[in-house]
Design a protein around this ligand. Structure first.
Ligand code: AKG
Length: 256
């Protein structure tokens, strides 16, 4: 993670770390994920739904994937040293299978990051309470034909002005979805393609979407958060802003 990569993260809202964890570890994770689906990897007739969601996986290979030295270095560089929480499991796996049927979860959105007391849905606020990054961990070979996540390049800069009026309570992802989709419609498109072991580190406000899978090879990916260890600050006396915070400030000042 050098200065050029940090600058790319600020401008595009994401960086791809190739070989962030060993392909052998990815293979082991994929085997454990197949077991969760109940499908037979060798028999497409058993792949009955377009998407199977798997939640938290805490076996050794998942902890290993999340804790490679190169990822820790990147977490420090993007969110600030000691400002993120280690994680020893991975969660939120949308496993996508080639299918005639369209999935019902392919709209443009940003992730919710915390659930306020009594609220039914996760919220996001301007200072990205609790969430330091959105991460995409790749466990299968993903080309454009394998339903890669769609990303609007630079869209993280369009989101702060959308969030600002909601103040500290923020808003839930159903309220925000159509607004962030409209605010980022002009952005160019990228696809989260790559090899098993690659990881995309994304700004929490990056606007992204799934897509139907009309290829042949199941797509195995996780999109867990990196949680913050300390609250993000948008007004620091010492100006020691992390790139995540700098990008939020950039998004607000571009609007003014
Ligand atoms: O499956 C994908 O490509 C992305 C899924 C996603 O962004 C989500 O459901 O939050």
């Amino acid at each position: 993670m050098d200065d050029q990569m940090v600058e790319r993260f600020l401008e595009d809202g994401f960086v791809r770390i190739e070989g962030a964890f060993p392909p052998r570890v990815a293979e082991h994770c994929a085997r454990l994920l197949w077991r969760e689906t109940g499908y037979d990897a060798e028999d497409p007739a058993t792949w009955k739904d377009p998407v199977v969601w798997v939640q938290d996986m805490a076996q050794g290979p998942f902890a290993a994937a999340a804790n490679s030295p190169v990822l820790h270095e990147a977490f420090d560089a993007l969110t600030g040293k000691d400002r993120w929480q280690s994680r020893y499991s991975l969660g939120s796996f949308p496993l996508r299978f080639p299918h005639e049927e369209e999935p019902d979860d392919a709209g443009w959105h940003i992730e919710g990051s915390y659930v306020p007391e009594g609220a039914p849905l996760p919220h996001t606020n301007l200072r990205s309470r609790d969430r330091a990054l959105l991460m995409l961990f790749l466990f299968s070979e993903i080309t454009e034909a394998d339903a890669p996540t769609r990303i609007r390049v630079g869209s993280h800069l369009d989101v702060p002005p959308v969030l600002e009026p909601y103040g500290e309570p923020g808003a839930d992802f159903l309220t925000l979805g159509p607004q962030v989709a409209a605010a980022s419609a002009h952005r160019p498109l990228a696809h989260a393609t790559g090899k098993p072991g690659d990881v995309y580190l994304c700004h929490p406000f990056l606007v992204h979407a799934a897509q139907p899978h009309h290829g042949t090879r199941p797509r195995f990916m996780a999109q867990p958060p990196l949680m913050s260890a300390t609250p993000h600050e948008l007004d620091r006396e010492d100006a020691n802003y992390s790139p995540v915070e700098q990008a939020i400030r950039r998004g607000l000042s571009a609007r003014n």
